[in-house]
Design a binder for this molecule. Structure first.
Ligand SMILES: Nc1ncnc2c1ncn2[C@@H]1O[C@H](COP(=O)(O)OP(=O)(O)OP(=O)(O)O)[C@@H](O)[C@H]1O
Ligand SMILES: [Mg+2]
Length: 323
């Protein structure tokens, strides 16, 4: 079982306009509303692809009830801590002409010390039943910046694997606890390493360095590069993956879907490299799906044979890393 932790879930509204006019009236052609947040997305894709998962974190108010209704509708088990404020509502404007979203993300409800302790208790009591603790996304006000580090250390102590998908200071602090699996995109990898990660070669080198930084061995580092695919550093070596080319409809949640796909494959006893293919297919499936919606099984199955993963023999993962 995978326990996902989303500290700042959201209700996402995608507004479709022909062309975004800043400082003017925009005619909205269509609105899509869905539940969002990294762990929420991950649990939904994982469940869709046959994995078992429980989603936890903080939810509050009517938007919080909306998130649980979406999870219930999809058969995703959940155990959120209820907070006094409202779960945030995020907007994205999908400019059909430019094919690029403009997003407006709120900061989220205030979290009290009591809420935080309740969440830590909830995670702690479930650790004996889970194999992976997956966490990520932004932090609502009141949550300490080292929360992911704390959760990774709790997981390590219980012999549970940890996955962190976050940015900035919370991610940097989480790295100190050496999580088992990370998936920065190229911009996040740039911030983690304080050097530019733009090309495929930059990404291969960055994945190698991050894998080493985590201590190598069974650690997994994926750096995702949007339509450019992703690279993987793991015990088996260094790999370059290309997603099938799809008609891009929205990029929201592609990274979370990739992780849901990878964990679902690992649950189906696939090795890390094959799981990477599932991740590439699930990411592409979400890219090809409208607005805030996530990958569906049929599309992932259809895209999987079109994924290409190649071992990078030039790569510089040394035997010493693969302890
Ligand atoms: N336009 C696209 N076409 C095909 N595959 C895509 C496209 N965009 C994303 N993907 C797939 O999804 C994976 C993850 O995407 P991306 O690198 O954009 O993640 P991300 O930036 O973490 O996204 P988010 O945090 O919004 O979920 C990519 O590595 C790729 O496999
Ligand atoms: Mg991401």
């Amino acid at each position: 079982m995978v326990l996902s932790v989303t500290l700042n879930p959201s209700v996402d509204h995608a507004l479709f306009v022909d062309e975004l006019l800043v400082g003017d009236t925009n005619r909205v052609k269509r609105v899509e509303t869905d539940a969002g947040g990294k762990g929420v997305n991950l649990s939904r894709v994982l469940c869709e692809l046959g994995g078992t998962t429980v989603a936890t974190g903080f939810l509050g108010g009517a938007p919080g009830a909306y998130v649980t209704s979406v999870l219930d509708g999809q058969g995703v088990a959940h155990a959120f801590v209820t907070v006094a404020g409202d779960t945030r509502t995020n907007f994205s404007v999908e400019d059909v002409a430019k094919n690029r979203p403009t997003t407006f993300n709120q900061s989220g409800p205030q979290i009290s010390e009591e809420n935080l302790n309740e969440l830590l208790d909830r995670v702690r009591e479930r650790l004996p039943q889970i194999r992976w603790l997956a966490m990520g996304g932004s932090l609502p006000p009141g949550v300490p910046k080292d929360i992911f580090k704390t959760l990774v250390l709790m997981a390590h102590e219980a012999g549970v694997k940890s996955l962190v998908d976050a940015d900035g200071e919370p991610m940097r602090l989480a790295m100190e606890a050496k999580p088992d699996f990370i998936k920065p995109n190229d911009r996040e990898a740039t911030r983690l390493l304080s050097r530019e990660v733009a090309t495929r070669n930059d990404a291969l080198k960055a994945a190698t360095d991050l894998y080493r930084q985590l201590g190598g061995g069974d650690r997994i580092v994926v750096i995702s590069r949007g339509a450019g695919g992703a690279v993987l550093a793991c015990r088996e070596g260094l790999y370059d993956g290309v997603s099938p080319s799809v008609e891009m409809r929205s990029t929201i949640g592609c990274g979370d879907s990739m992780l849901g796909g990878m964990l679902a494959a690992m649950y189906a006893e696939k090795d890390v490299v094959e799981s990477f293919s599932w991740g590439l297919a699930a990411g592409a499936a979400t890219a090809a799906t409208d607005g805030t919606e996530i990958a569906r099984r049929g599309m992932v199955d259809e895209l999987l044979p079109k994924v290409k993963v190649e071992r990078d023999f030039e790569g510089s993962l040394m035997e010493a890393d693969l302890i």
